[in-house]
Design a protein around this ligand. Structure first.
Ligand code: NOJ
Length: 555
């Protein structure tokens, strides 16, 4: 949180460390691998990295169950390897942000181990409750990963709250000592030179007093009582005042179920923001109902509404975080694009969001159009949430339907190793990969796309390059055209020097292009297109075009 707001000019690359690149041949992605690829990340035009958790962890939720906040896991190369990567990134002008996971810790964390034995001062570090008189759970809340949100602890003879996996115990943020611990964590990494944090489900840290039963929600019971709880703003302000405001850093908060209006409560720059940006989920919900496991046909109108409501809703007040993929959702080309028109649709999807106002994030492999993984057997899934879903939801459906549900819904679809080349294991490791490599790695990989001027990879480079050259992309107004179209997404960005029109077809057929009246294409320069030329009057399947009026004024 600082006045320079450097994050507004950055393009971030998200690394999910286990599957990025293995540098030591043990089959697990690591920081040696990241170090090798820093120049590659930079070559994309990315100048920021978000690391999903690198800390020591039993790995129940692939690192989101932290057992030590002050170290880097040995499997990733330890602290020395991290410092090398941090310095390497900084030398290249890249910022580095860490994942801050403080809604919960691993049950193996020392705090939890002491808390369950009631060793002071840790006794109230977590949310403990006795069983009700009738032996029932303390309340009816659901965990978002597996069953009810309470687990019985034999040692303490009480229940503890876990909004995610059983081994992810929720911290009691109402305890001032816990907040002091969080601040120590923040200072530790910021003092080391880290540039900020992506804050994991931070909107869950304050639970409603009394932890009441939820009689409103039919599923995900409790959600309304732990998301945006009563002290959330107060705790975030405390972290800002006591820590963030003393550093030149940025904060990005994961915020399920948030509207632009609500987001402004936290990120309004014209007031006293307690965060810099928020990760909204609405752009992830164009083919599902709240969760990827409840799949619905893709609706471009839904996606456009999401984009536009955030562009308009934050205008002049808050800053958007822009993304299409991360480690929690299946691959975008398989969802909103087309595997048949792989290259065209992967590029079009890039154009659809890289010219919006905000700070874009690109998830590892997205830049080559990595697609979903379709395992034949449900036992091949690794993810804790996926496994629970498979065993407990829709169990009466046919085996084919149950497996398809995972294909569309599982986070593992986006967690297969990055496909670096066409050699064994996609060049990810010289050892045995910790997870399955997508079978299509011979067709879709970085090495082959490096050689191809018209590849998805090089399209990302061009689009990011343009983004950085065009002042209207950073500062300009946003307008959407043809809102009712279920096939085309058309928007403009305009400042006093220039304007661009971005035209994206989400159709697998030719579509008639109706250019909005205010735009005379004769006077424009075509600066980006995912086909060789744009002289066709109609748009071809998944065609994307970007036109420019005015000078390519640099920022
Ligand atoms: C959100 C993270 O992105 C996800 O991967 C994780 O499983 C949950 N929070 C719990 O930490």
């Amino acid at each position: 949180m600082n006045s320079s707001q450097w994050y507004k000019d950055k393009v971030f690359y998200q690394i999910w460390p286990r599957s990025f690149k293995d540098g030591n041949g043990d089959g697990m992605g690591d920081l040696l691998g990241v170090y090798e690829k820093l120049d590659y990340i930079k070559s994309l035009g990315c100048d920021g990295i978000w690391f999903s958790p690198l800390y020591p962890s039993p790995g129940v939720d692939c690192g989101y169950d932290i057992s030590d906040y002050f170290d880097i896991a040995d499997e990733f190369g330890g602290m020395e390897a991290f410092k090398r990567v941090l310095d390497g990134a900084h030398e290249r002008g890249m910022k580095v942000i860490m994942d801050l996971v403080v809604n919960h810790t691993s049950d193996q964390h020392e705090w939890f181990q002491k808390s369950r034995q009631r060793i002071e001062p840790y006794t109230d570090y977590y949310i403990w409750r006795p069983a009700k008189a009738d032996g029932k759970l303390p309340n009816n809340w659901d965990s978002l990963f597996e069953g009810k949100a309470w687990a019985w602890d034999e040692v303490r003879q009480e229940y503890y709250l876990h909004l995610f996996a059983v081994q992810q115990a929720d911290l009691n943020m109402d305890n001032p000592l816990v907040r002091e611990e969080v601040k120590k964590v923040l200072r530790f990494w910021l003092d080391m030179g880290v540039d900020g944090f992506r804050e994991d489900v931070i909107t869950f840290i304050s639970k409603k007093e009394g932890l009441p039963d939820d009689y409103i929600m039919p599923a995900a019971k409790g959600f309304g009582y732990f998301n945006h709880g009563p002290h959330l703003h107060e705790y975030l302000k405390e972290f800002k005042d006591d820590v963030f405001s003393h550093y030149d850093c940025m904060t990005l908060a994961e915020a399920p179920m948030i509207s632009p209006k609500k987001a402004l409560k936290y990120i309004d720059e014209t007031a006293d923001p307690v965060l810099d940006m928020m990760i909204q989920f609405s752009t992830q919900e164009a083919d599902c109902l709240f969760t990827d496991f409840v799949h619905t046909p893709f609706s471009l109108r839904k996606l456009k509404r999401a984009f536009s409501s955030w562009q308009k809703g934050l205008e002049g007040k808050g800053w958007n975080m822009l993304y299409m993929e991360n480690h929690d959702h299946p691959r975008i080309v398989s969802r909103y694009g087309s595997e048949k028109f792989h290259s065209e649709s992967a590029k079009m999807l890039a154009a659809s969001y890289l010219f919006l106002k905000g700070t874009p994030f690109i998830y590892q492999g997205q830049e080559i159009g990595m697609s979903n993984w379709y395992p034949k057997d449900p036992s091949m899934y690794e993810d804790v949430q996926t496994r629970w879903q498979y065993e407990n939801v829709g169990v009466k459906k046919s085996p084919e339907k149950r497996l398809q549900r995972l294909w569309h819904g599982s986070r593992d679809s986006a967690r297969t190793p990055v496909q670096w080349d066409g050699s064994e294991n996609a060049g990810f490791t010289t050892g045995t990969p910790w997870f399955y490599v997508n079978e299509n790695y011979k067709e879709i990989n970085v090495a082959s796309q490096e050689k191809d001027e018209s590849s998805v990879l090089n399209f990302y480079r061009k689009a990011i390059g343009l983004r950085k050259e065009l002042s209207c992309v950073r500062y300009g107004n946003y307008e959407e055209y043809g809102k009712n179209s279920s096939k085309l997404y058309i928007y403009s960005r305009e400042d006093e020097k220039q304007k661009i029109l971005v035209i994206c077809s989400f159709s697998d057929k030719n579509e008639r292009l109706k250019v909005p009246k205010a735009f005379d294409l004769e006077k424009a320069e075509l600066i980006l297109c995912n086909y060789d030329s744009a002289d066709s009057p109609d748009l071809r399947p998944y065609e994307a075009r970007v036109y420019l009026w005015g000078k390519q004024a640099k920022i």
